[in-house]
Each structure stands twice: as C-alpha cells, then as structure tokens.
Write a protein that binds this ligand. Structure first.
Ligand code: BG6
Length: 328
C-alpha cells in the first residue's frame, strides 16, 4: 500500500472510531434552555434538560423516539415540561402542602463534575451527573437542606438508567415522596397492556385514593386511568401490540408504581397537551408514595429506574404474562 493510501486508511479508521464513540454534548434546546445530549456508540441517544433534570428524549439505535413529549409542551420555567421523565420531588401529586409533584421538576439543575462514586461503575461513557440543592427561596417553602444527585446513563444496548441519590445535609430529619413520572410513547393506548401489577392493591386517584385490589389479568385501557399500585415487583412490562415493542421497567428502592392516562376529557382541559395525544402516551411511574422516605441528618436514599425497549418477539412467551416478565 502506498504511503498516501495508508495515511488515508488510517484517517478513515480514526474518523470511524470517533463517529462510533459514545459522546456527551452540552447544547441549547427549545427556547435556549441548556440540554445534555448522550449518544451511545451503536446509535441510541437521550436528551436531558438542566431545567427540571428532565429527560425529554430517549431513542433506540434506529433513531425511534421511545418517550412521549407533547407537541404543546411549554419549555419555559416555571411550567414543567409535559412529557419525557419529570422528577417528582419532594412531593408526589398533591399529597402534602407543596405545589403539585414538588419543585424539582421546575428548577434549574447543574452539572455535577465530581459526584461521589456509585457502587456500580457505568458500563458506558454516555452519562451525565446532575445536582440540585435548595435555593433560599426553596428553603422558605420546604425548610430542609438536601443534595439531590441524578445520574442519567445510556447503556451499550440503549437502555436508559436513572439513578437518584438524595442526601440530608440538614441538622434535622425530613421526609419526602418521589416519582420518575415517565411518559412512554405508544402506538395506540387501546392496544397496550401493562403486566406485573395484576392482583396488587392500589390507591385510586379518581376515587379519593380509595384502596382497592386489582382483579383479573393484565391492565388494559378504555378510559381515564390514574392509580397508585402498592408494593409492586421490581420489573413491570408495557406491551405495545401494534408496534410489537415491549418496554421493560426495572426499578430499585421504588416500591410503588403510578399508571396514568388522562383520556379525552382531561386531555382537553390541559393547555400543554393535545386533545388527541392521550392515545399515544402512557405514564408508568416508578415511585415511593405510600410510605414516605425519611432521612436523618447525613443519611442518603437511592432510587433507580432502568428502561429497556425490546421487540415483543424477543419476549418469547408473549401471551403469557408470567413468561413476558421472565424472558425480558
Ligand atoms: C400523575 C398523577 O402522576 O400525574 C395524576 O397521578 C396527574 O393525578 C398527572 O394528573 C399529571 O400531573 P401534572 O401536574 O404533570 O399535570
């Protein structure tokens, strides 16, 4: 090979290597808000806004968007972004005196350049660490000093992992509730079923949080749905028949799971949500709600959610709920 040719081959090899390296970029998103873009070598990606520490995009290696974000989402503080993965902290919903779902989802987080190590090292380099500490204004409405560290990471196979660590840096204990309010993108809500929550107790948000027990088979959707399932397993599956895709949620430290779809009437009442968009989304939220988490001074809590999207055929026993969860 001539030296010209070998130099060109070497340059191409470097270009290919760089193009397939995982990467992390900080850039401007909607309305000039800062966002971090994570890209994995095989092509999957995710976007995280510093506003809210909010994941707004998760794409597989074919570039298909897996999260739902409303076409009417308002990317403007103090309104939380409608879709993606809002963080509900220190209060889920209106169970307390704070604003709905707490304040973390409408604060500007910062990039944490030197977080304490996690016991498991990330298997990929496509990750970002964010941190939220209360401002003087926050301390007026919730008088507790904390450090909330959020790591968002893309695994080599495109899995999306969120790890939250909340530390009490105050001199007195505090309690909180929490949720990863994940909006999944689905092809048609009427063709979707959720597995892993059958026969569990739940609090029905549409019936004054009355405690009931789920009957029958997998959960399907025919109208407004807003339930907090209690003591849920660490694995939950969302099966999208039309897309032939199964989302698998694995969670740790988060015993509850909220399932929400506003359906048509509530959709029309939300200014930042399209009238018909309820058909294309489903929220399944890994959460700690029924029993609030209490941290003494110096203590830390950890809550983790890992999402994967696999072809339904991959889950061999598709028609058998037990097998879907076993094989995915
Ligand atoms: C869900 C709640 O978690 O969030 C619902 O269970 C609520 O009751 C929904 O309507 C959306 O809340 P928000 O504040 O983002 O409009």
């Amino acid at each position: 090979m001539s030296s010209d040719k070998s130099a060109a081959a070497a340059a191409t090899a470097v270009a290919v290597a760089v193009a397939t390296l995982p990467s992390v970029d900080l850039c401007k998103g909607v309305n000039g808000l800062d966002k971090v873009v994570l890209r994995e070598a095989r092509g999957s990606s995710a976007e995280v806004y510093l506003y809210g520490g909010h994941v707004t995009s998760w794409k597989n290696d074919h570039g298909e968007e897996l999260l739902f974000v409303s076409s009417k989402a308002i990317f403007k503080p103090p309104k939380a972004i409608r879709g993606g993965i809002p963080i509900c902290f220190p209060q889920f919903s209106n169970v307390g005196t704070l604003e709905q779902h707490g304040f973390a989802r409408n604060k500007i987080w910062t990039i944490d350049t030197d977080p304490p190590p996690l016991p498991t090292n990330p298997t990929s380099k496509a990750y970002v660490n964010l941190i939220l500490k209360p401002s003087d204004e926050d301390l007026k409405i919730w008088p507790h000093r904390f450090e909330f560290r959020l790591r968002v990471a893309l695994g080599p196979g495109g899995d999306l992992m969120l790890t939250s660590r909340i530390r009490n840096t105050d001199e007195k204990p505090f309690s909180f509730t929490f949720a990863y309010h994940t909006y999944f993108s689905v092809s048609d809500i009427s063709e979707v079923r959720v597995e892993g929550l059958e026969t569990l107790d739940y609090l029905d948000n549409l019936q004054n949080r009355e405690r009931c027990t789920e009957q029958g088979d997998a959960i399907t959707f025919e109208g407004e749905f807003d339930k907090i399932y209690l003591g849920t397993p660490t694995k939950i599956a969302i099966i999208d028949h039309e897309k032939k895709r199964t989302f698998v949620i694995r969670k740790d430290g988060l015993p509850d799971a909220v399932v929400w779809n506003p359906w048509d009437k509530k959709a029309k009442a939300m200014a930042d949500f399209g009238d018909e968009e309820y058909k294309y989304m489903l929220c399944v939220e890994s959460a700690a709600i029924e029993k609030s988490i209490t941290l003494k001074p110096g203590e830390e809590w950890k809550g983790r959610q890992e999402l994967s999207a696999v072809p339904s055929s991959y889950c061999s026993g598709q028609l058998d709920p037990e097998k879907v969860l076993q094989s995915c």
